[in-house]
Design a protein around this ligand. Structure first.
Ligand SMILES: [Zn+2]
Length: 151
């Protein structure tokens, strides 16, 4: 797949930050451009943890699709978070990391759904497994479906 910004061809989505902007290009964008690049596509509004979508009828199912990200904690982040655990409360450094990691897995799942020709994802779930100490795999999965509005 090709990056819309630099036109470079990459072997997989894992080199991409958004649907059409590669990691390297995304790094060089301003805050404003980043927000624009991350604009959610219509399929984002058609995702649910339920198995039905109100106002829509499922016309086709493409089966289970998933998105995976593997994250390790940085040494500095871990030290900062360790200090936060002493204070107690919300460990924001880890909250942020988890939020970001899950968002990435979600985007990856959406991408696979679109690839199959789906316009909605139902039964969305998250799962996380620690592969190694400090290295976590986050999985987001659901059922890719084609829906049409019930009028
Ligand atoms: Zn690029």
């Amino acid at each position: 797949m090709r990056c819309k910004v630099c036109g470079k061809d990459y072997p997989s989505l894992y080199h991409f930050k958004t649907a059409d902007t590669c990691l390297a290009c995304y790094e060089g964008l301003s805050e404003e451009e980043r927000a624009k690049a991350a604009q959610p596509s219509p399929i984002h509004q058609l995702t649910t943890t339920a198995f039905t979508l109100d106002g829509y009828r499922i016309v086709k199912s493409f089966g289970v699709i998933r998105g995976i990200t593997v994250r390790s904690r940085s040494v500095f982040g871990t030290i900062g978070a360790s200090l936060q655990t002493i204070v107690g409360g919300n460990i924001t450094l880890f909250s942020e990391l988890c939020e970001q990691t899950r968002a990435e897995a979600f985007e990856m799942m959406i991408h696979h759904a679109v690839e199959r020709g789906a316009n909605a994802v139902i039964g969305v779930r998250y799962d996380a497994t620690e592969i190694l100490q400090g290295v976590t795999e986050v999985l987001c999965y659901g059922t890719a479906v084609l829906v049409e509005p019930t009028v």
